[in-house]
Design a protein around this ligand. Structure first.
Ligand code: SF4
Length: 326
């Protein structure tokens, strides 16, 4: 599992707003390995979605990718920097080799077209089927794979005729229709009921194994991370705070922010009356705190933390942290 499929280096995205420049992510670097489930976690607004969207240049105005590289290892062993591709070249990769499942299934599907049409279209535009007829035939097969009952008839349904859980299965079906090498699932269960969430996570695990896909999972839910991920990157205020295996992160969290996140997760077996909250709020990224961006909320902050940006250091094999305590 140590062969990278994606190498993200110094990725920096800014949004140029009337209020000022929002430094949404800065110098984000990590590797994603072939076949793993890699989770990007952190509070809302920490930059997880922006990071994943930047991989295939899905940053809309007023956002701009200011610097960085996203090295993609192709199936033939060659590499390309996805950020150097022009729009036409990147379209050939996006949706085919690197596909997305977005958070809200209601917004991801077009109400004017049947679900069969939308799955078929994803294949037609990438020429993975020879015509629409084959696309519709394969759409039925895909609906079956994502465990939608009666797929021959469901393929003719419009999104409003399906429940939220069924719609998300269709979105997953569209995502896997071209058998992508990397599937990026951005909060894929947040908009769903708890019981449906478990089914969708189980389905994604099953499909990942069947298709041998690398899964990048974006979530704020540590329970989902524990259930699904092999490795985890914790983000705070647009920076990487810590990277490690799921065991390293849960058993030996090093960064004070990761420790705070884990203390805020309810444990039904623990006899405590109150959960610990991380004091303070996420900083304004137009004027982020100097030095370590976590210092205004960190109980261990020192003078050095207020001045110097901590670098990501490897503390034990595969376990990296950006904190002056180490
Ligand atoms: Fe806390 Fe300092 Fe570490 Fe930042 S660098 S997390 S402020 S101890």
């Amino acid at each position: 599992m140590s062969e990278p499929i994606l190498e993200v280096r110094d990725l920096t995205v800014h949004f140029y707003t009337y209020a000022g420049i929002v430094k949404a992510i800065e110098d984000v670097s990590f590797d994603v390995y072939k076949g793993e489930t890699f989770a990007l976690v952190g509070e809302t607004g920490c930059g997880k979605s922006v990071t994943s969207r930047a991989f295939t240049q899905l940053i809309e105005s007023p956002g701009r990718i200011v610097k960085g590289k996203v090295i993609y290892h192709k199936e033939d062993g060659s590499t390309i920097d996805l950020l150097k591709l022009d729009e036409e070249e990147v379209r050939k990769i996006r949706g085919k080799e690197v596909a997305y499942i977005f958070q809200d299934p209601h917004a991801s599907l077009d109400p004017l077209y049947t679900v069969g049409h939308q799955i078929a279209e994803a294949m037609v535009v990438h020429n993975t089927v020879k015509d629409w007829k084959e696309g519709f035939r394969k759409a039925v097969d895909i609906l079956r794979r994502v465990l939608i009952p009666d797929p021959e008839n469901r393929v003719k349904n419009y999104p409003h005729e399906l429940s939220g859980g069924m719609k998300q299965r269709v979105v997953i079906g569209t995502g896997i229709s071209n058998n992508p090498r990397i599937l990026i699932a951005d909060e894929p269960t947040t908009a769903l009921d708890v019981t449906v969430q478990a089914q969708i996570l189980e389905l994604m695990n099953k499909l990942k194994r069947e298709y041998n896909t690398t899964l990048i999972l974006i979530t704020h839910n540590m329970g989902v991370v524990a259930e699904m991920a092999d490795r985890v990157a914790v983000m705070y205020a647009g920076k990487i705070a810590e990277i490690g295996s799921v065991d390293q992160i849960f058993k030996n969290p090093l960064h004070p922010y990761t420790q705070g996140l884990l203390r805020a997760v309810p444990n039904p077996l623990a006899k405590i009356e109150r959960l610990d909250a991380i004091p303070g709020t996420v900083p304004n990224l137009i004027k982020p705190p100097k030095g370590c961006r976590f210092h205004p909320r960190c109980p261990h902050a020192t003078e050095a933390c207020r001045k110097e940006v901590p670098k990501l250091k490897e503390i034990e094999p595969g376990h990296f942290v950006a904190c002056h305590l180490y």
